[in-house]
Design a protein around this ligand. Structure first.
Ligand SMILES: Cc1ncc(COP(=O)(O)O)c(C=O)c1O
Length: 400
């Protein structure tokens, strides 16, 4: 690709984030923001106090570039309790500016130009640009919607196998999954493990929604599957589990060899994550188990409520088993595309959502829309009203 107006060929290959654009649209039209994945309810009091105390007690200068010691120790302790993994905080943990930076630092550290990265589609929007920035070629594998909305999204094992080759360096897995809400089963992860071993591939697994699970679904961490401990980079962070998306604290956990490469890239990209918020992170990671139960129960109530409202309004809403999004098929509304539907919804319906096509490289998703339900009760009351009005306004099968 030739240079356009001094723009690098990498930057020319992707567009601005549609999710963040929808947040701007929500502000412009005064719509409720069910587009970007952040809660509108308060962060836990003890974490806010810990951050304030950290600043007051002069934790205001650079932390160690790969993360404050007590936070790394907290990450390792928590992974022992929840995943049963024994890790070394000195050599296997890198604290970054959010899971976002952990992902791009990992790909830049592991992947060379000309190599391939396997990505499930639909995918969390960032993975496309991340792959391009690392110089790699993404190979997409479909996650197919279930026949019935209550069913599970799935992939075709033969299609996944066909995406692997001698050029494959990394597979990105995201479980629980954004945008589909899929929670990968142990059997699926073992199949991925077999391919990683056969093709000598590293799995980069984004587990940022590990504690947001429904209907008794269980999170299986890829690094705990036999043979994967030293072949997995586990990415996680504070944003979703502790309702602090603006703090920008995340981490990558990997073998010492992979970690030393990730740390170098991280250091020169950002130097480090905000030090007082890392101090508060150490407090967060020591919260009792009941905190995580409360988190999941709160989200289960919100999921049930929004799922019901969407279905009553005429959406074909797929039941998520984890994370805090609902993917819907909107073909019954009769709009020519997801973009047209989302435009109508934000301008006339009072709700900002994300067009499904932004989660696909292929033409998939052009009748899908994603809604976030990480919202307080009063916001969900207003959402109910908007959906009721929408179903009255929109004549099914008739483009308004
Ligand atoms: C799958 C996934 N990974 C990462 C992130 C971003 O995480 P962070 O705020 O830690 O950068 C998000 C945010 O929506 C996400 O959905």
């Amino acid at each position: 690709m030739s240079k356009q107006s001094g723009i690098s060929s990498k930057a020319a290959q992707f567009r601005e984030s549609v999710i963040r654009e929808m947040t701007r649209q929500a502000l412009r039209f005064g719509a409720i923001n069910l587009a970007q994945g952040f809660p509108d309810f308060p962060a836990p009091e003890e974490l806010k106090r810990a951050a304030q105390q950290a600043i007051a007690s002069e934790i205001n200068q650079y932390a160690i570039t790969w993360g404050a010691k007590d936070l790394r120790q907290g990450i390792v302790r928590k992974m022992k309790v929840w995943q049963g993994l024994d890790l070394d905080p000195e050599t296997e943990v890198t604290v970054c500016c959010g899971a976002t930076e952990a992902m791009i630092s990992t790909l830049l550290a592991l992947v060379d130009a000309g190599e391939e990265v396997v990505v499930f589609e639909p995918f969390y929007e960032n993975y496309g640009p991340d792959t391009i920035l690392s110089g790699a070629t993404p190979k997409f594998v479909s996650l197919r919607p279930p026949r019935e909305p209550e069913g599970e999204w799935s992939f075709d094992p033969a299609e996944l196998r066909a995406a692997f080759s001698a050029r494959t360096r990394v597979i990105i897995v995201n479980t629980p999954n954004n945008p589909t809400g899929k929670v990968f089963t142990r059997a699926e992860l073992e199949y991925i493990r077999d391919l990683c071993l056969e093709f000598d591939v590293v799995a980069v697994t984004d587990e940022i929604y590990e504690h947001i699970l429904y209907d008794g679904a269980r999170h299986v961490s890829l690094a705990t599957i036999d043979g994967m401990r030293d072949r997995t980079v586990t990415i996680n962070g504070m944003s979703k589990t502790y309702s602090v998306t603006g703090w920008r604290v995340g981490w990558a956990v990997a073998s010492p060899t992979l970690t030393s490469a990730i740390r170098k890239v991280h250091d020169f990209l950002t130097v480090g994550a905000p030090s007082p918020l890392q101090a508060a992170g150490a407090v967060a990671l020591a919260l009792p188990e009941s905190y995580y139960q409360g988190l999941a129960e709160g989200y289960q109530r919100r999921r049930d409520r929004v799922l019901k409202a969407l279905r009553e309004a005429g959406f074909r809403a797929f039941t998520p088993r984890g994370a805090y999004y609902i993917m819907c098929d909107v073909s019954s509304f009769g709009f020519e595309s997801d973009l047209a539907f989302v435009k109508y919804l934000v301008e006339e319906g009072g709700i900002a959502a994300v067009p499904g096509s932004s989660f696909y490289k292929s033409t998939g998703g052009n009748q899908q829309v994603r809604f976030v339900f990480a919202k307080r009760e009063s916001t969900l009351d207003a959402v109910d009203l908007c959906f009721k009005k929408l179903s009255e306004k929109v004549t099914r099968g008739n483009n308004c």
